[in-house]
Design a protein. Structure first.
Length: 525
């Protein structure tokens, strides 16, 4: 018996070692190997950042396997000279980390993140980490209203979700809730699509995200084509949209200041870049190899990074209520407008970066962070690219999003923006905003953006400001909310408040959630 026990223990040890070796091989292949690292440091949140050679990226190797080279970056679309300067403090420009190592990559290298063996084991092993789980269904408690006529991934809600839609009856019920401005192409000439790009400046705050819920809150821009998405259509695991260049599936390219609860409960805003090629049936984050959005239909990160001072996933310096806001610039442009070899979506963080010694540099803000390969819009199992691979968007959206999981049948206290709803905090030093929102033309010229819809809640006029203020999704645990009430999930937009800082007077305020949480000096644990 003792011999059998020893054999079983040996087999278990061997299996564990084989599993770890398989995980390490996955990391080396689809991210990068230890031998690719030229320098490492810790970011502001304590996560390891590795500086690797440009050619060590999976995306660059993937291009090489097809006999292709990464394209030279197009020139950055010129910012209007009258636009106020964006001062940013989030770049890796040489300040010492927690161990005294310089947060700066050597020439010819770029900063990147990769998962660790321990993180993949904690996720349940390699297959659990890389295999997409069943896509949860969104709440659909307001079925008479259905999908909105003007927002792709939003359905109107008429009341509190029914009990059968919420835990424990439906463990997959959730809602993506928005407070946004939208242009879907019905405006006068000069403001209508195609939209070859978009640029805006957003305030950056760290808000309360309910722990142990995998919820998130973000401030973001959306550039899209198509009209069909999969959240409410039949089985959550079936593709209900038509794909390809003539399909109706939504393709969406999104750049966000994103905040979620980490594995250890930490939360801080980060830069994230996301795209879906097929109506949210699959979705990929730049810097992650697990989205199945590339032309091989499987693993791999199709994001080509060029910047040596910024990378998706990096923590952003954020501001505090009552202080002059910390800001971050976002700019996305379809490179095909410049040249066919630059086809794909390029992202910049335009502005002036503040150096550790207090000086400033424009180098990081004028070079692209990176670009999404056109073949990332090839649908898995086909060779047909969708319209946004080499073309413009037909729809744009900007504002805030909260992903809420409704544990125990109640909306959580996750906040949006700064945590304050517009009109409550009275001013740009307290309320989240986007400013200087512009569309970018095919040739790189700028125009002030216009929006035809500021998402209204057609079912409840929950604030006292009028029907042009609202949110997509269930608004409050207090149902129905009373006039002037900002309950949990009471997110709103406001275009009436005056601009706070210098600018074009194009401030778009949004946010909310638990305003009293901030006012009382802290959020619930």
């Amino acid at each position: 018996m003792s011999d059998a026990g020893s054999t079983n223990e040996l087999d278990s040890t061997t299996d564990a070692e084989a599993g770890i070796a398989e995980i390490q091989s996955y990391i080396d292949t689809y991210y990068y190997a230890d031998s690719d690292i030229r320098h490492s440091f810790l970011d502001r949140a304590g996560k390891q950042v590795d500086c690797i050679d440009f050619g060590a990226q999976w995306s660059v190797k993937h291009l090489a396997s097809k006999g292709l080279q990464p394209p030279p970056p197009p020139p950055q679309p010129s910012l209007p000279p009258e636009m106020p300067t964006v001062l940013m403090h989030s770049a890796f420009l040489g300040e010492p980390d927690q161990n005294g190592s310089a947060r700066q990559c050597p020439d010819g290298t770029i900063p990147k993140y990769r998962p660790t063996v321990a993180q993949i084991l904690a996720a349940g092993g390699l297959q659990a980490y890389i295999s997409p789980s069943s896509r949860p269904g969104r709440l659909q408690s307001c079925s008479p209203y259905g999908q909105t006529t003007f927002e792709h991934d939003c359905y109107d809600y008429g009341g509190q979700p029914a009990s059968w839609e919420l835990p424990p009856n439906n463990v997959t019920g959730l809602s993506y809730e928005h407070a946004v401005g939208i242009n879907d192409g019905h405006l006068e000439a000069g403001a209508a699509p195609p939209f070859w790009g978009m640029s805006a400046v957003t305030s950056v705050y760290s808000v309360y995200v309910t722990p142990e819920t995998y919820e998130h809150a973000d401030d973001q821009i959306w550039l899209q084509t198509g009209t069909c998405e999969n959240w409410f259509n039949g089985s959550p695991d079936s593709q209900e949209c038509t794909t390809g260049s003539g399909g109706n599936a939504v393709q969406s390219f999104e750049v966000a200041v994103f905040q979620a609860q980490g594995a250890a409960g930490e939360t801080y805003p980060t830069l994230q870049i996301f795209w879906t090629p097929d109506g949210y049936y699959t979705g990929c984050y730049a810097g992650s190899a697990t989205g199945a959005c590339c032309d091989n239909g499987g693993l791999g990160d199709c994001w080509v990074q060029y910047s040596s001072v910024a990378t998706p996933g990096m923590p952003l310096v954020y501001g505090y209520i009552g202080d002059t806001p910390e800001e971050f610039g976002i700019q996305a442009w379809q490179g095909a407008g410049y040249h066919s070899y630059d086809a794909g979506w390029w992202v910049w963080a335009p502005g002036v970066y503040v150096l550790p010694d207090g000086g400033t540099s424009t180098v990081g803000g004028s070079s692209p962070i990176g670009m999404l390969l056109p073949d990332a819009y090839v649908y898995p199992g086909t060779s047909v690219q969708g319209p946004m691979a080499t073309g413009a968007a037909t729809y744009m959206q900007i504002g805030g999003e909260v992903y809420d999981t409704w544990p125990s049948g109640l909306h959580t206290q996750t906040q949006m923006g700064s945590g304050y709803g517009p009109g409550i905090a009275l001013g740009y030093k307290n309320e989240a905003y986007f400013r200087d929102i512009c569309t970018i033309a095919e040739g790189g010229g700028y125009a002030q953006a216009y929006f035809e819809n500021f998402y209204p809640d057609v079912c409840n006029d929950y604030d006292s400001l009028g029907d042009t203020y609202g949110v997509c999704g269930p608004q409050s645990q207090y149902w129905p909310p009373t006039s002037g009430s900002y309950g949990f999930g009471g997110y709103a937009v406001d275009i009436a408040s005056a601009a706070g800082g210098s600018g074009w007077d194009t401030y778009f305020y949004f946010g909310g959630g638990v305003g009293v949480c901030n006012l009382s000096g802290g959020c619930p644990p």
